[in-house]
Design a protein. Structure first.
Length: 327
């Protein structure tokens, strides 16, 4: 296999490449290209605007488009699967592998587009995502918990991992002893790496965050004793079982702090707007304190700039969970 020379592609190990999709900012959103015995698969695709990069990565790896057997969506949020339909049009031999709860939305993305416009607005959806393209049903394979597919003789096993979303699965790669985690194992932006290693934060974006489900999903992955995790946001983390355990502890600790804060704010807030603002401020304070403990030397202003979108979306998702809990 040729070594890629593209500036937005990073070779890691075990035939895995991290492709920066270009969404929002560098090293924010990744697609993973796996190559085994001349066959290939993508895990997550980014948006429509990432598709040229993904196709270029195939070519740089010395492969034809016909060598791609699988396009795998960890879940159907648009920063992970918005480019699936357009990419599938360019890969004549690929099958889309998707959670059964997510499959209808990639076959007919009307509801996905409607939901995205409700959250972000028409102009932002057009700018960031474009118009989604549906995938023919005959090219879609729905997963089952524990199901294994083969990539050039390499087993990839799917675990149902709700918590971030009910249509989420993670993929165990026996060869690398790692999971492709989508958003279940949180976010780890490279700007926050220190001498202590990566930093991790949960993502509670709308509309299906469920803390107990997320905890069970993380613990289920840890039971496999993974040595590394491949995060869509962003890249490979870990390197040892102990390091993955450290990251999991950080993730769950922050989730607990966010949930405790949200419950306290919910008891005290007079209206939804006041609650949202308090959640945004509170989450920002939790993240800054955690980053200082982690050894991060970025200014508060820089930290806030990097996390402002996540604070807002996490507050929205937490509010949905609070409302559901209060009913």
């Amino acid at each position: 296999m040729m070594q890629p020379s593209l500036p937005y592609v990073q070779m890691v190990d075990h035939g895995i490449q991290v492709i920066d999709t270009g969404f929002h900012r560098p090293m924010f959103d990744a697609s993973f290209l796996l190559v085994e015995n001349g066959r290939a698969a993508f895990v997550d695709t980014g948006t429509n605007y990432a598709v040229p990069r993904l196709l270029a990565a195939i070519e740089a790896a010395g492969l034809k488009r016909e060598a791609v057997d699988h396009v795998i969506a960890t879940h159907v949020h648009l920063d992970h699967a918005g480019g699936v339909g357009l990419l599938m049009q360019q890969l004549p031999c690929a099958t889309l592998i998707v959670h059964p709860h997510g499959a209808p939305h990639l076959i007919d993305p009307t509801r996905l587009m409607t939901g995205a416009r409700a959250v972000y607005g028409d102009e932002e959806v057009a700018r960031s995502y474009g118009e989604l393209i549906g995938v023919p049903p005959a090219r879609v394979q729905r997963t089952e918990d524990g199901m294994t597919i083969m990539l050039g003789g390499r087993p990839l096993k799917f675990l149902d991992t709700p918590g971030h979303a009910r249509h989420h699965h993670c993929i165990w790669d026996e060869r690398s002893q790692g999971f492709f985690t989508g958003d279940t194992f949180g976010l780890s932006y490279r700007e926050f790496d220190t001498l202590r290693g990566p930093w991790l934060v949960p993502t509670t974006t709308p509309v299906q965050f469920e803390p107990e489900s997320l905890r069970r999903s993380v613990q289920r992955m840890l039971a496999q004793a993974p040595r590394c995790m491949y995060l869509t946001h962003y890249g490979q983390v870990g390197g040892s079982v102990a390091e993955v355990q450290r990251l999991a502890g950080l993730l769950l600790q922050q989730m607990d702090a966010m949930v405790a804060l949200a419950l306290a704010i919910d008891r005290e807030s007079r209206d939804d707007g006041e609650r949202h603002d308090a959640l945004v401020r509170g989450f920002g304070a939790i993240y800054r304190a955690s980053l200082r403990e982690h050894g991060c030397t970025l200014t508060d202003e820089r930290i806030d700039a990097l996390l402002t979108t996540d604070c807002g979306l996490n507050a929205q998702g937490m509010a949905v969970w609070l409302n559901r809990r209060n009913r």
